[in-house]
Write a protein that binds this ligand. Structure first.
Ligand SMILES: *Cc1c(COP(=O)(O)O)cnc(C)c1O
Length: 419
């Protein structure tokens, strides 16, 4: 529930529990639900099995297919959740855990999540918490500075989600959120929290799909890929890759990982030189990975005891330019009729570059329609939105418009808590 440790550090388990041998040897044919239950039981002991099962079933109520796109190259589609990106895994599971603990805590009232967004985080968090009875969510976004689609995703939900359109910039939204989270009067009257992206509750569910990927591969290849699987992870803040390292520590049979980045390549550079130098991020067409100082890097170095040589044994790093990303989208589409988004393209390009002979599973982190502005000019065709998104586009927004004023925000938050 705290997200960050009190000394400002990131939470990490003291050790990684190993899954039973019988489970690991019989991975093939296990359902996602069975996998998620077995893995999460190792970390979560204070939720009865039937409740945890229900949380899992409701969090992951969408498909997670593995597709073979060429000889030894596979794509694990993680974008079939409500916001069409893999962040739904972390957001939905963490939201349901928080909701569960609030319900268990008698007299605790409701949890009030306050989050500022420039677009994407807000929609994943809003959709993740939508409809949960013990949580209110306040999403602050800058007026007229998010895309139409992003605004509709956040602001048409209603219910326990209050979308607040701020007359100001993203930085103003962030400052307002921080002030509210630290406001003594608010804190004395209600429970407030942020849905922090470095919360361990978001990493844990991301480790489930590494097991699931291997389980699916064993089915597709009839066990030929028993060993030697490599996961290629398009990376920005490296939460996704860290979750893969966790899966390996828990006993999953993985040969290694490819850290695929766009121009913002501080981790591939670290792997090459042994020196970590953060940089100001630069904008690319795979913009969810435009990160110059990845927040989970601290977790990665801790897991390798600050030893770059150890890290190199498990992770290869590759940078992919926008030019290569476009070329990959175009070529994959031409040759296989399979359409990928720019983030997945960074992964596929890195997988081709690495020259490994192993079967490679690329994590596909977003649906191509989500980044259609970047994809359409490359393939020279319009992409239609999936039905769920098309339906949202026709709904009317219900946001509260406010000035950049902390008192006004407090009033809105308290009013929701009185109703
Ligand atoms: C967030 C995001 C990433 C990067 O994931 P990290 O866990 O931050 O490395 C990649 N692709 C998409 C589409 C994303 O939204």
């Amino acid at each position: 529930m705290s997200g960050l440790a009190s000394d400002g550090g990131l939470f990490l388990p003291e050790s990684f529990p190993r899954l039973p041998k019988a489970f690991l040897l019989n991975l093939k044919g296990k359902s996602f639900e069975e996998i998620a239950l077995a893995v999460s039981r190792k970390y979560i002991r204070d939720i009865p099995e039937k409740d945890l099962k229900k949380i899992i079933r409701e969090s992951f109520n969408f498909d997670i297919p593995l597709k073979n796109i060429s000889e030894d190259l596979y794509v694990l589609e993680l974008f079939h959740g409500p916001t069409l990106a893999f962040k739904d895994f972390g957001a939905r599971f963490m939201a349901r855990l928080m909701n569960y603990y609030m319900k268990k805590n008698p007299g605790g009232g409701k949890l009030n999540i306050i989050v500022a967004t420039s677009g994407d985080t807000g929609s994943a968090v809003a959709r993740g918490f939508y409809g949960l009875s013990n949580v209110n969510v306040f999403v602050l976004y800058p007026s007229k500075r998010v895309t139409d689609l992003q605004e509709k995703q956040m602001a048409t939900l209603g219910g326990n989600i209050t979308a607040i359109e701020v007359r100001g910039s993203f930085d103003d939204c962030q400052r307002l959120a921080k002030q509210a989270l630290n406001d003594p009067e608010l804190k004395s009257r209600i429970v407030v929290s942020s849905a922090n992206s470095i919360n361990f509750g978001r990493l844990l569910p991301q480790s489930f799909y590494y097991f699931h990927g291997v389980s699916q591969l064993l089915k597709l290849t009839d066990d030929k890929a028993m060993s030697g699987v490599v996961f290629c992870v398009p990376s920005g803040n490296f939460g996704n890759l860290t979750a893969g390292l966790m899966a390996k520590r828990m006993g999953l049979n993985v040969s290694g990982f490819i850290a695929a980045t766009n121009f913002n390549d501080v981790v591939p550079r670290y792997l090459q030189s042994g020196k970590f130098v953060s940089r100001v991020s630069r904008q690319t067409i795979s913009n969810a990975m435009d990160v110059g100082n990845p927040s989970n890097f601290a977790r990665m170095t801790e897991m390798f005891h600050d030893n770059v040589k150890q890290m190199r044994k498990e992770i290869l790093g590759f940078m992919v330019s926008d030019e290569e990303t476009r070329k990959t989208i175009r070529n994959v589409y031409r040759e296989t009729n399979y359409l990928i988004d720019p983030h997945t393209a960074v992964g596929i390009s890195a997988s081709v570059k690495c020259g490994l002979k192993n079967p490679i599973i690329v994590l596909s982190t977003a649906h191509p329609a989500k980044f259609r502005d970047a994809v359409e000019p490359v393939i020279g065709k319009k992409i239609s939105l999936p039905p769920a998104l098309r339906a949202i586009m026709n709904k009317t927004k219900k946001s509260v418009l406010m000035k950049d004023n902390p008192e006004e925000l407090k009033k809105i938050i308290l009013k929701v808590n009185r109703s």
